[in-house]
Design a protein around this ligand. Structure first.
Ligand code: SAM
Length: 232
């Protein structure tokens, strides 16, 4: 697919996720060899959801990261926001009692400032048209001292492993994903979006630029995932 930007990109992304929604959870399990939920829980712990607090999951999709926040702190109320309604409809069948799902664009959140104790997003930064605006909105809705955590795929750097990963991610996964989901275009878009995305160091710079302090990132899953943490 050609490189998209602006409204063309957000329309493409929303329509694609609505289309692949029924197979999205299955594909995550296959692609990560069942590790995706453990990664969300580990990232949710870094967000420090407090007792009786209020947490936000941006681009919640089918709600797994939001539910991970509840696993970490069952007394915390969690709001999940996404613009793909089919993804959230499936999330609601899984987590209606645990997550409050709401439609919205994470670049223009329909939420008040200084409202949330923590905010997370998973596997979305590559998909937004303005990464800085995404972090600026996260920052705005967090309370002072609130934690922001983002989880995103990144290209590993270790020699040999990076070639093995590229073989899997660029060639095997798009074929398997296209076949299982019935949507080959979506699983060609996935590796391209990772290649086109910022380096972890550039992401950290953007977080600092919108005001976050104590910003850091860690590579997980042999360097194929990055978790980003910042404090308002
Ligand atoms: C790869 S899925 C990740 C879903 C979920 N966070 C997870 O951990 O499985 C990306 C999600 O981001 C959503 N998304 C992308 N751009 C968005 C935006 N600007 N506002 C709201 N949701 C967005 C898509 O609709 C999709 O549900």
């Amino acid at each position: 697919m050609t490189k998209l930007s602006g409204t063309a990109k957000s329309t493409y992304v929303r329509t694609m996720f609505d289309r692949i929604a029924p197979r999205y959870d299955l594909m995550n399990a296959v692609m990560t060899l069942g590790q995706h939920q453990a990664m969300r829980r580990a990232a949710a712990r870094l967000a420090h959801p407090p007792r009786d607090g209020l947490a936000l999951d941006l681009a919640t999709g089918t709600g797994d990261f939001a539910a991970a926040l509840r696993d970490v702190e069952p007394t915390c109320r969690v709001v999940g926001i996404d613009f793909a309604l089919e993804m959230m409809r499936l999330g609601q069948t899984k987590y209606a009692a645990r997550v409050l799902f709401s439609a919205g664009d994470m670049l223009r959140l329909p939420l008040p400032a200084n409202a949330f104790d923590c905010a997370v997003n998973g596997f979305v930064l590559r998909n937004v048209t303005d990464v800085r605006a995404a972090f600026a909105e996260m920052y705005r809705v967090l309370k002072p001292n609130g934690r922001a955590v983002s989880l995103e795929i990144t290209s590993p750097r270790a020699p040999i492993w990076k070639n093995i990963f590229a073989l899997y991610f660029d060639h095997v996964m798009p074929r398997v994903g296209g076949w299982l989901s019935g949507n080959p275009d979506a699983y060609r878009y996935l590796p391209q979006s990772v290649h086109d995305f910022l380096t972890p160091e550039q992401v950290v710079d953007l977080m600092r630029a919108v005001g976050f302090r104590e910003v850091y990132f860690r590579r997980w899953a042999l360097g194929s995932m990055a978790v980003y943490v910042g404090t308002k």
